[in-house]
Every structure is written in C-alpha cells, then in structure tokens.
Design a protein around this ligand. Structure first.
Ligand code: SF4
Length: 458
C-alpha cells in the first residue's frame, strides 16, 4: 500500500517520526510520499527521504504560499526537483476557499509549477479547493505536455473526475471518503474506475473515521483503503494491489513483476488466465491499451498448460474462493481441452466454476461444444454487447464475419440445456442498447442479464 500524500516533515511528527514510520510499515505501507508545501518543507521532504528508503518526495509551493514563489525560490525548487528521490512536483494548484495568496499569484505559481514539471518530466500533485473551473481551464491547456499528475484529496463532481481521467491524471482519495456526510464523494467514486485512483492520508490532516479527532498518520491510509474497498465492492487486497500499482506507475517506481500470472484473485473469486488470444477485436477491449486487470499484469509469454494451471491453483487454494473463473485477456474457449482438464480437477475438489466468454466456441470448433461442459461448468457469462447483428459486427469485429451474432445467440440457447446458470452481459455505452439487450436476454433467450461499466474490467 502507498500513502501518496503526507506531510511528515511537519512539526506534528517531530517527536515520534521513527515510530510513525514503524507503525506504517507494520500496517503494510510500502512507500509514503512526503509532499512539500513551501521551499523549506520541500527541502525537509528531500532530507527525510535521504534517511529512509520507504519515503519519496514531491517539491512545491502550496497555493496558500504562492506569493513567496519568486525567481530565486523557483530556481531552488528546480534544483531540488532533480534529486533522485523526488518523484513529483507539488503540491501546487489553486485554493479559492481560504485565498491566503491573491488569486492572480496562485495562478502564476501554478503555471510555473506546471512548466517545471514539463521541463523535468515529472508528474504534478494538484491541490484544488473551490477552484474547479480555473483548475480545469489551466490543466486542459497543459495536461498534454505533462507526464501525468494527480488531483490530491479529490473533492470535485463526476464531470471533473471524468475530465481528470481524460488528461491522464489520477484521482487521489483521502480520509473524507470515510465521513458520514460524504455520500456525494462516494457516489463519484462508484462511477470512476479504481484503475485511476490513488489513496492518501494528507497527514497530519483529514484523519479518517474512526480515528477522526486525532493526528492523521500514514498507517491510517489503510482505513481509506478499507472504505474504498467497501464502496467499490472489492476486497482490501484488490484495493491495495491496484492503488499500489497506480502510484508506482505515476511516480515512476519499479513494478516488481513481469506478467505470466496464471491465477489471480479479484474480490472473492479466483481467475484463471487461460490465453491472451481472441476471436474478436472489440473496439473497447482493454488488452489493446494495457495488460493490467485490477492490478494484475495478465500478459503471457505463452499460454499455460493444464498442468501449469493446476499447479498454480494448488498454491492459491482454489477451494477457499467463492468460485474459480476461466477468463484472462482473451477468449478462454480457444483452449477447450485445457478448460475441460482443469475443470475436471476443480470439480474433484469441490470448486464452483464459471467461464467468461464471447460465445463463439461453436464457431471455433465447428461443432456444438455445449454438451461437453455439462457437469463441469456451473455458470457461464457470455458477452452479448449488442441487440442486433450489424451493431455487434461493428463493435466486436469478429474473425468469423457478420454471421457471428446469430451463432452467439445459438450458443446461448445451447448452454441453457447443459449449464445451470447462463447470463449475458452488455456494456453501458448506449442506454437504449442496454434496454434492448436486457429485453432480449430475459424475454427471448430466458437467461440472466448484467450491465457492465464501459471502463471497468474485472
Ligand atoms: S471478446 Fe473480450 S477479450 Fe476478445 S476482443 Fe472483445 S473484449 Fe477483448
């Protein structure tokens, strides 16, 4: 877990700095980003990082102190930013709530920070309080020239969140997510993919529930992660893995893994990465953009054998999960024989089995394979995505041509005969299509229906 924003250089931590870091380590915190807010605090952030390998630094002048950013301070900031432990510029931005520096000077300082970030190829840590419109205006001009950034302690609405993602920035979630009156923030968080979120404490401020009222510290980022897991319907392990990956990607830290993941947990399901190949080329497919699904790198140098999958399953104790799911970043039925062998093994030890598929298995094999799944598969989820053949062909670009859609419908009907639970899914790209797919699934095909978020995978 990474606390992406804390002010450990503040006097609040002077007496027990080492203990605070020990507590953070005991709570599973791998790194803490110590964020500067004026020139002196930026120097202290760098000095702390030189004493402890778990600390990273960001250097910058908070909008409250924007008036202090003269030419010599700017030169000093630029010099500090070249230190190897400095991973970002900030915090910078606009604060029109307290207005402790004149607004024009806040704007000028923000632009200066963005220029330094651009020049040095570092991401920016942005503070935005009651200044959404101006922050939006400035970042929309600069974002394409930056390597990235994060909106620290995000407090905007869903529209600002979506724009932030379009700029390639992350949204950082802090203690306020845990507050009883934060329903608006929780609603935004529900709509935004966790693949674009970081977690932070902003220590010593913004202490999460139930520690509210005491000093905040990096160990408490776990409380933010727990609430984020609850709001997103994920496990704490998922939130830890995904937000850690996000922070490492933003701050340019080593990722410690090279793909070839065969089994991977998400929530309380265990997934099997069967293949990276597919018979579709869906316009929305994430495998063309990134190999990551919920923080797991699913790139495979080669498809795993049945024996390798069974071995990987024994190390993850498949039975302790609610279900085992054949999935991955491709079409699992391209490996029917492997599925059958592994499913037989899993059934032998009492696992519940699901397959996520594009429904083209009968086209792949030129025969009806549904009877071969009887007794092996408990549940099947088939991507429908469209209510008619032409739209399906345009969206999914199947290798088997325009006739694919009717073959997928036939496969769904066949699965109903041999598999206890059959459902279809569609992406929430077009509300009228969602309604049409739901009607088709429930009224004509007699199967379950699930709507999937366009930008949520896994
Ligand atoms: S069917 Fe799934 S894996 Fe295949 S291209 Fe479409 S979204 Fe990607």
């Amino acid at each position: 877990m990474i606390d992406s924003h804390a002010h450990l250089q503040m006097p609040d931590f002077a007496g027990d700095w080492a203990k605070v870091l020990d507590d953070a380590e005991a709570a599973g915190i791998e790194y803490v980003a110590v964020i500067g807010f004026d020139l002196e605090s930026s120097k202290r952030a760098v000095a702390l990082c030189e004493q402890n390998g778990a600390l990273l630094a960001a250097v910058g002048v908070h909008p409250h102190d924007a008036s202090s950013l003269d030419d010599s301070a700017m030169d000093e900031l630029r010099r500090l930013a070249r230190h190897p432990k400095v991973v970002a510029i900030g915090e910078t931005g606009l604060d029109f709530y307290r207005n402790l520096s004149p607004r024009a000077e806040q704007r000028a300082a923000f632009e200066t920070h963005l220029a330094i970030a651009e020049e040095l190829g570092l991401p920016v840590v942005v503070h935005d309080r009651d200044a959404h419109a101006e922050v939006r205006q400035i970042l929309s001009l600069h974002a394409s020239k930056l390597v990235g950034g994060v909106m620290h302690c995000f407090s905007g609405d869903e529209q600002l969140a979506r724009e932030t993602l379009e700029w390639g920035f992350y949204i950082s979630i802090a203690g306020p997510l845990t507050y009883p009156n934060a329903e608006r923030l929780r609603s935004v968080v529900r709509q935004i993919p966790i693949e674009r979120m970081l977690i932070e404490t902003d220590a010593p401020y913004l202490t999460p529930q139930p520690k509210r009222g005491s000093r905040n510290e990096p160990a408490f980022v776990r409380l933010v992660a727990e609430e984020l897991a609850r709001v997103k319907g994920l496990s704490l392990e998922d939130v830890d893995r995904i937000t850690t990956l996000n922070a490492k990607q933003l701050f340019g830290l080593p990722l410690n893994e090279n793909g070839d993941v065969i089994v991977y947990p998400i929530r309380n399901s265990l997934y099997i990465n069967v293949t990276g190949a597919c018979t579709n080329e869906c316009s929305f497919c994430t495998r063309f953009k990134s190999p990551y699904v919920k923080g797991h790198n699913l790139s495979l140098k080669r498809d795993p054998s049945a024996e390798e999958i069974v071995h990987a399953l024994t190390t993850r104790h498949g039975r302790s999960f609610k279900e085992v799911v054949f999935c991955g970043l491709g079409e699992p039925f391209l490996r029917l024989d492997v599925i059958k062998q592994v499913a037989k093994h899993l059934k032998g030890i009492g696992c519940k089995i699901r397959i996520n598929t594009n429904g083209q298995a009968n086209l792949i094999y030129g025969r009806n394979i549904a009877p071969e799944l009887e007794g092996l598969v408990d549940s099947i989820s088939i991507s429908l995505n469209s209510s008619d053949a032409a739209k399906y062909f345009e969206l999914c670009r199947p290798r088997f041509g325009p006739e694919t859609y009717s073959a997928v419908l036939d496969f769904i009907r066949e699965c109903k005969k041999y598999i206890p639970e059959v459902s279809v899914t569609a992406l929430d790209i077009d509300p009228s299509e969602i309604e049409a797919c739901k009607k088709l699934a429930r009224e004509e095909l007699g199967v379950g229906f699930r709507e999937r978020h366009y930008d949520e995978v896994g």
